[in-house]
Every structure is written in C-alpha cells, then in structure tokens.
Design a protein around this ligand. Structure first.
Ligand SMILES: N[C@@H](CCC(=O)N[C@@H](CS)C(=O)NCC(=O)O)C(=O)O
Length: 244
C-alpha cells in the first residue's frame, strides 16, 4: 500500500496537508474521516491513530500524526522545492518561529466559530454570547499580530517565498472566511498576502480544497447536516463546554 492520508477537509490542518500534497503532485490515497459523523472515534480508526485525530499519514507501516510533522515528512520524502521548508538555517527557524506561535495563538482560537455557528446548533446547544464575543476579540488580536508582527511588508509570512507557514495560516483563515468573518477588512497587507498565496496555489486547487468548508454554513442553515449519533453528541458537548 502506498501513501495514505486520513483527512477531513473541514479541518484546517488537514487542508494544509491536502493542498501541499496536491500542489506538489504527491500521489496518495485519500481516506476521508468525517469528524461530524464521529468517524475519528470509530474502532476502525483507533489502530491507525490512538489519539483519534486527523490529519494522519500512513506510509506502509509508518504512521504519523500532527500536520507540521506530516508536511516536513512529505517535503523530505518527495524532495519538494526548497522554498516550502527552507534548508537555510535562519529561514528554517524563522518558519518554526511562526509555527510555534501559530500552534499557541491561532489554533485554539480560529476553530471556535465552527463550533459556535455549526456544531453546537447541530446538537441543539447554544454557546453563551459572552464566549462568542471573547473569541471574536481574540481572533481580532491574533489577526492584527499576524499582519503586524509576522507578515509586515514581506510577500509571504516568513520571507519572500511561500513556505509551509503560509499554508497553515491560509487554512486557519479560510475557516473564518467560511463562517462569514471578513478577516481582510481593514487589513490590506493580509488581503494582498491571501491573494498571492491563492494565486501561487491556483484557483482550481483552492476551490477543490476549500469547497467543503465554504459550503458548511449553507448546509447547516438548510438542515443538510445529519445530527451525529448520541455518543458523538456527548463527546461534542464536552468539547463545547471547554470553549473558553
Ligand atoms: N496539532 C494537530 C491538531 C489536529 C487537530 O486538532 N485535529 C482535529 C481536527 S481540526 C481533530 O482531529 N479533532 C478531533 C478531536 O479532537 O476529537 C495538527 O496540527 O495536526
């Protein structure tokens, strides 16, 4: 069996892995794990990733989770262009500097809207308004830092060429865009960066990758999402209660 990628394109780190593999012509079998249906909790997925999370890579007997580790594995194994994961020491650690900040300050915040606007209502729960507002404030602060401290006047987040950092950031931003948040309003440098990254990736690949998340609100509004089974609902309830 060749390379298998266990992904759900509703998930930001999964899309970063997907778009990287596709853009670089890396052959893989897509194994879709639908989080809304709780497929990551199924007994079939447990032996593949006991952490029950996606993305997960399987390359023969080698199994790997964590999007950044997967992206680095793919860039070495398939010898992708140097700009993605630069060999120059300072350029590489600059990329890791961003990825560290991203893990701490973006990941936990940008995904909350999907819970408040789609997943909680799907199981009949309303997230308290003060939590929603708190999240919006955190999102605004993080976007400002992304633009002022990382992007500044550069073409891409960590330099003049596109890297893994741009993919990770793009996919987090798409989560907000899909949920109706105008992340680019009043942020012209971020808007120009977004256009540059999407132009580099190509419109068709962006459409293919972002299609499912861009449709999620419409699907939710038109009751096209099936309510998950009870055990998944209880699991989701627990996750919702942890929204700060
Ligand atoms: N740090 C991990 C985050 C992975 C992650 O949070 N995956 C989510 C989807 S976005 C997941 O599988 N969630 C299922 C769960 O935690 O129950 C990465 O970058 O791969």
């Amino acid at each position: 069996m060749g390379l298998e990628l266990y992904l759900d394109l509703l998930s930001q780190p999964c899309r970063a892995v997907y778009i990287f593999a596709k853009k670089n012509g890396i052959p893989f079998e897509l194994r879709t794990v639908e989080l809304i249906k709780g497929q990551h909790l199924n007994k079939e997925f447990l032996p593949i990733n006991s952490l029950q999370r996606v993305p997960t890579l399987k390359d023969g007997d080698f199994v790997l989770s964590e999007s950044v580790a997967i992206l680095i594995y793919l860039s070495f194994k398939y010898q992708t262009a140097d700009h993605w994961y630069p060999s120059d020491l300072q350029a590489r650690v600059r990329l890791h500097e961003y990825l560290g900040w991203h893990a701490d300050c973006i990941r936990s915040i940008f995904g909350v809207s999907l819970w408040t606007q789609v997943l909680a209502p799907l199981i009949g729960v309303q997230v308290p308004e003060e939590k929603v507002k708190r999240n919006r404030t955190s999102v605004d602060q993080a976007l400002q830092r992304l633009e002022d401290k990382f992007l500044r006047d550069k073409a891409f987040l960590t330099g003049q060429q596109v890297t893994l950092a741009d993919l990770m950031a793009l996919e987090e931003l798409m989560q907000l865009v899909a949920l109706g948040y105008d992340v680019f309003e009043g942020r012209p440098r971020l808007a120009a960066w977004h256009q540059r990254v999407e132009a580099f990736l190509g419109a068709d690949l962006c459409q293919e990758t972002h299609g499912p998340i861009l449709n999620i609100l419409e699907q939710a509004t038109n009751n096209k999402l099936a309510k998950p089974p009870p055990e998944v609902c209880s699991y989701m309830l627990l996750r919702i209660s942890r929204i700060p």
